[in-house]
Design a protein around this ligand. Structure first.
Ligand code: HEC
Ligand code: HEC
Length: 348
């Protein structure tokens, strides 16, 4: 893969992932420091997080078609999986497992990412290897552990379905094609945003939306420097970082049972030495609903994940009180889908 990453997105490093680790180490505490200081200074700093927009300009007929396809097992080998088998909208948009369970029950390589707000990320997947949702669909269809199917077989199955063929013909002049199937799924994915989290209400000026503990948690999230990586509309998803930026990259995996066969992140795709252990900073939207955490699912709770972040990304230990306050803040990032809070959905 050629390095075609948008340098604008790298706000912490200001450079491509090939940046020297020293620079990263210097940048994080410097940014953390920038947030420190009297409350007045913090109040004048523009917020590092923006609310998710309410309005989406999408064709509802394509959303409906994409929704049907997302739940359709005919997109997989032996009709075994649908996208929704692993991305359960009633369960935070993921599967609740440490690592995904693929075709034939085979263990997947990584933790399933939520499908909610995925189109707000600058790149896709834990290692950010895809630049577009279309690329991701193409790869998921052919991945033997995910859908394991071919386009000709899918078109063959779907074209026997008269209602579906007609729906496609009505919306796309080309009818049922790999690119029209992909387009409908991607339009549906764009509709899967979760606006109106309590935190977004606060950002829009509703001071009563957060309690004192949650407000203090947000303040700590900024002063510790979490927001130097988890920021923007998706509270993440807009830059690459090394997992283990302070210390020896890979330490986290070495101490979590993957010493012999660690996940090298972006390096798996680029084979550029400096990309070892580089991952996309994940979104923290709805993070209270997507346990377990990290690309290997090794942190069972938010408390564990926050402790690991403090240690490996900020090089410090934080008190259990501060940890609990930050977790209280993270819980305010749970948004709404179709006007209903995600944590009020059936299985929550
Ligand atoms: C077997 C479980 C499984 C199935 C089935 C599955 N996925 Fe996923 N999905 C995953 C896992 C695991 C990841 C993260 C993989 C990685 O980062 O390497 C993921 C990641 C994604 C992402 C990236 C999200 C982000 O924030 O970067 C999108 C989008 C996505 N899947 C869409 C789909 C679509 C569309 C389908 C159906 C065509 C599908 N998935 C089928 C397990 C699954
Ligand atoms: C230097 C950048 C950086 C800093 C600073 C940072 N993070 Fe992270 N965070 C990451 C990366 C990269 C990952 C993904 C790790 C992986 O590959 O599993 C991550 C993952 C997480 C996750 C797990 C998300 C999931 O869906 O599994 C949580 C929760 C989290 N961070 C919270 C925090 C908090 C709270 C702080 C401050 C104490 C913080 N982070 C500081 C880069 C950072």
């Amino acid at each position: 893969m050629k390095r075609d990453l948008d340098p604008q997105r790298r706000r912490v490093t200001g450079q491509a992932p090939a940046v020297g680790r020293q620079l990263l180490i210097a940048a994080v505490p410097a940014l953390a420091l920038a947030f420190l200081g009297p409350a007045l200074v913090v109040a004048q700093t523009p917020e590092p997080i923006a609310p998710i927009p309410f309005q989406l300009e999408l064709d509802q007929r394509k959303i409906d078609l994409g929704e049907a396809l997302f739940h359709d097992v005919r997109l997989s080998r032996k009709n075994e999986n649908a996208c929704s088998s692993c991305h359960d909208l009633d369960n935070g948009g993921d599967d609740g497992l440490a690592k995904s369970r693929g075709l034939g029950g085979k263990a997947g390589r990584r933790n399933t990412l939520t499908i909610f707000n995925s189109t707000l990320n600058f790149r896709l997947m834990w290692d950010g290897r895809f630049a577009s949702s279309e690329q991701q669909v193409e790869a998921a269809i052919h991945d033997p552990t995910v859908m394991g199917e071919t386009w000709p077989a899918i078109i063959d199955k779907l074209s026997r379905d008269q209602a579906l063929s007609q729906a496609f013909a009505g919306l796309y002049p080309e009818g049922l094609q790999p690119q029209t199937i992909t387009d409908a799924i991607v339009v549906y994915e764009r509709s899967l945003t979760t606006p109106n989290a309590r935190f977004d209400k606060f950002l829009r000026g509703d001071a009563a939306a957060l309690g004192p503990d949650e407000l203090e948690g947000y303040s700590l999230f900024k002063t510790y420097g979490c927001a130097s990586c988890h920021q923007g509309v998706n509270v993440g998803g807009n830059m690459f970082q090394v997992f283990g930026v302070l210390g020896t990259p890979g330490d986290y995996f070495r101490s979590h049972g993957a010493a012999a066969d660690p996940d090298f992140g972006l390096y798996n795709t680029t084979r550029v030495e400096e990309d070892k252990f580089v991952f996309r900073v994940p979104s923290l939207r709805n993070v209270a609903l997507t346990a377990p955490y990290f690309n290997d699912g090794s942190a069972a709770t938010l408390t564990e994940a926050v402790d690991a972040m403090a240690k490996y990304q900020l090089g410090r230990q934080i008190s259990s009180r501060d940890n609990a306050l930050i977790v209280a803040f993270l819980r305010t990032l749970t948004g709404e889908y179709k006007g209903r809070p995600l944590d009020a959905r059936p299985s929550q």
